[in-house]
Design a protein around this ligand. Sequence first.
Ligand code: BES
Ligand code: MN
Ligand code: ZN
Length: 501
Amino acid sequence: MVTVSFAKQKPTKAKVDALAVFATKSDDGVSPLADARAAAEAAEVDLDAALAGLSAKGDTGEVSRLPVRGKLGCDLLLVVGLGSADAVDAEALRAAAGAAAGAAQRDATLAVTVPARVGPDDDAARAQALTEGAALGSYAFTSYRTKTDDLPRLAAIEVLAGEEVDDKAVERGVATGTVTARATQVARDLVNEPPQAKRPPDLADRIVSLAKDAGLKSKVLDEKDLAKGGFGGILGVGQGSQAPPRLVELTHDPLRASGHLVLVGKGITFDSGGLSLKTSSGMAWMKADMGGAAAVVGAMVAIAALAPKVKVTALLPLAENLPSGTAYRVSDVLTHYGGTTVEVLNTDAEGRLILADALAYAAESDPDAIVDVATLTGAQITALGKKVSALMSVDDALAEELLTAAEATGEQTWRLPLVSDYREHLKSSVADLKNIGKAGEAGSIVAGLFLKEFTAGQAWAHLDVAGTAFSEDGNGPYTAKGGTGVPARTLVQWVVDRAES
Ligand code: BES
Ligand code: MN
Ligand code: ZN
């Protein structure tokens, strides 16, 4: 992994392979910021002529490569666009730093200069956003690659204070950004892992080991514990696989905590659809069907490091949805934790079944809020595409908090209504509920209404990240193909905001 760290060093003196400085876009073309001017002057480069020669415009994420052959501490100056000066926000800084890291893949070391007077007001916030962009833009999942020549060479990124920027604030921003980026990286690593290496017992072990390193408490319920506890949804979905299901519980439990929040993450380690088998193309990315659990684990690792004064419990139901002679059938009736019965009319609507148990279990502890995250419905992709997660909530204040947190992190999210008229789509003639509604009708909302049945009237919100948790071909300047880590940083931001409010 690429390490990102603060260095107390003038950009023109940094001993690195590549130095990134910034420029904005204006009506008269590209406008290099003060640090870009200073670096070019030290390098004896005619910056305006060089940028004109490259037809640079200053658009967000545009990278102009200027070879400076050692006249600075480095050989390569990267002038990175931030877009219109008045529109620069934290997300533009993430995008620009991500683009810089992408452009420096063949260089071993990169320095990124925190500029003054663009984007968020304080130096720490700018440093945090640049750190996140650089760390995530240089992310690569390489565990299974044996040919090393085409691997990225970038190993270290330094974040430096530019002209009129406070060193101490940058140091703080880098420290926070490193932790929040780590939340996303942990989630990406878990999603990118092939499904044979993360079957429920193995994934549970891996989560426990991440939790131990982070200083979180952990507890794992195995198939015997699940049977004793009455977790019929998790057991039903998991019974078709030779690898039995698990329920992992992690806790951040600080002294003098001001409340209790519960995060629940869908952890289907591979979703074949079960006996309601998916098509080959429908199965292509179903190793990512534990993206909700992955994001919650990533968030918990960061929460442990940031130590907000609020208790946070994570519940991660893990199961593998496979067809076999022991698999659950269409028309089977499952009895969930707490006693609610569900008629299974499609074994591919399995996520809601494992979440139902976890939500009912969470509600029992009477927390201040419950937020679940799940790659739950293809309908979420139809409604909002691959860039925008769906939020549903019974609680307007909680929904606003989550939207605010999402906005701050650049993880785009849109609220859908939990239309109570659609509740009747879930009526079963055999059990309390059935697990599917009407084909082609508000699939994400109906899934949300199903989950709501298990929340016992608690303050609860649901994030459907079916389209946003993984990306088939990369998702912008700091998100490569594969797991995106969405919405790990939103969860961290929300928990930190709650603790501070
Ligand atoms: N894991 C899928 C949802 C999904 C689809 C995630 C595409 C990511 C990309 C979920 O378990 C599922 O299969 N949902 C079904 C529900 C249906 C049978 C009611 C769906 O959305 O088709
Ligand atoms: Mn499914
Ligand atoms: Zn699924």
